[in-house]
Write a new protein. Structure first.
Length: 281
C-alpha cells in the first residue's frame, strides 16, 4: 500500500508539473527554476536564433542523467528511481498534453504558476522523491549537511534568469523571479524535513516522555530538574530536537503519555553535533 501511495504521489507531481508548464508558464512567457527552466531557455534560444525546435523531453532527460547517477550512489536507489519516473513522465507529458486556457494575465500566471510548481515539487518530496534537476542537487547537499538549501537554489535560478533577461527581455525575467520566489516559499512552508524544532517539555512523567520520543522518532532527550516559580515544587523538563516534519507526531505521543504536559516549541536555526535523520531509501 505504501508503494502504491508513493507511486500515485510522484505521478501526480509529474502531471501537475507538465500542466503547469503548458498552462501558466507558457501563457505567461515565464522561465521556471531548475533544469526545466534551463531546458525551456535552450528551446527558446534554438528556436529564435537557429530556427530549430528542440523537444523538451529529450533535453530535460539528458540534463538529469548525471545528478541522477550521483543520487543513486549517495542518497538512495528507490529514491532515485521514483525521481526518474517523475522526470520521464513530466518530460513526456509536457511534449504531448495541451495547456489549459485559464487566464491570460501575466501576473496571475506568475503567482499561481509558482504556487502550483511548489506544490508539484512538494508532492514528490512527500513521496520520498524529487522532480529532478536542481532538486537532485539540493537533496544530495541536504542529506550531507542536514540543512535546507532551497534559498540557494533560488539564487542560482536567478542567475539563469539574468541570461534570460539579456536575451529575451527583462519583463519576462522579472516576472519569472517572482514565479520562482513564490515556488520557493511554498517549498519552505510545506516541506520541513531539513528544518529543526526544539521542544522544551515540563512534565511529571519525564522518563515515559523520553521513551515516547525515542519510540516515535528515534531521537533521545535530556532531562533537567527545576523548581516551579509559583508552586515551589520540583519539576522535570525534557529537552529534545526533532525534524519539523516530525513535530506533530512527537506532540501527539507526548500528550498521549501526559495530557497535562507543558510544551514549548522553538524553531532551531543550526545544530552542531550528531542528529539522527531517517535516510532516503
Amino acid at each position: 500500500m505504501k508503494n502504491i501511495t508513493r507511486f500515485l504521489l510522484v505521478t501526480a507531481s509529474a502531471v501537475l508539473m507538465a500542466v503547469n508548464i503548458n498552462t501558466f508558464v507558457h501563457i505567461g512567457g515565464l522561465l521556471p527554476g531548475g533544469f526545466s527552466g534551463i531546458t525551456l531557455l535552450l528551446q527558446e534560444v534554438f528556436k529564435t536564433y537557429l530556427n530549430i525546435n528542440l523537444p523538451y523531453s529529450v533535453v530535460y532527460w539528458a540534463m538529469n542523467l548525471v545528478p541522477a547517477a550521483f543520487c543513486f550512489k549517495y542518497v538512495g536507489k528507490k529514491f532515485t528511481l521514483y525521481s526518474l519516473w517523475v522526470v520521464i513522465l513530466s518530460g513526456l507529458l509536457t511534449d504531448i498534453i495541451p495547456g489549459l486556457d485559464i487566464t491570460q494575465d501575466v501576473l496571475l500566471c506568475t503567482v499561481f504558476g509558482g504556487i502550483v510548481n511548489g506544490a508539484a515539487v512538494c508532492l514528490a518530496l512527500f513521496a520520498g522523491a524529487t522532480t529532478g534537476g536542481t532538486d537532485f542537487i539540493s537533496i544530495i547537499v541536504s542529506e550531507k549537511t542536514g540543512k535546507s538549501i532551497w534559498n540557494y537554489i533560488f539564487i542560482g535560478n536567478c542567475c539563469v534568469l539574468v541570461i534570460f533577461g539579456l536575451l529575451f527581455g527583462w519583463n519576462r525575467a522579472l516576472y519569472s523571479i517572482i514565479f520562482q520566489y513564490v515556488s520557493t516559499q511554498i517549498l519552505n512552508l510545506l516541506y520541513k524535513r531539513y528544518q529543526k524544532s526544539t521542544l522544551l517539555i515540563v512534565s511529571n512523567k519525564p522518563n515515559e516522555i523520553v521513551d515516547a520520543v525515542r519510540q516515535t522518532v528515534n531521537h533521545d532527550a535530556t532531562i533537567f530538574t527545576g523548581e516551579g516559580g509559583y508552586s515551589k515544587q520540583q519539576r522535570k523538563m525534557i529537552y529534545t530536537v526533532v525534524s519539523s516534519d516530525e513535530e506533530g507526531k512527537v506532540i501527539h505521543a507526548i500528550k498521549y503519555v501526559d495530557p497535562n504536559a507543558f510544551v514549548n516549541i522553538l524553531q532551531t536555526k543550526v545544530i552542531k553535533g550528531n542528529f539522527f535523520m531517517k535516510k532516503n531509501d
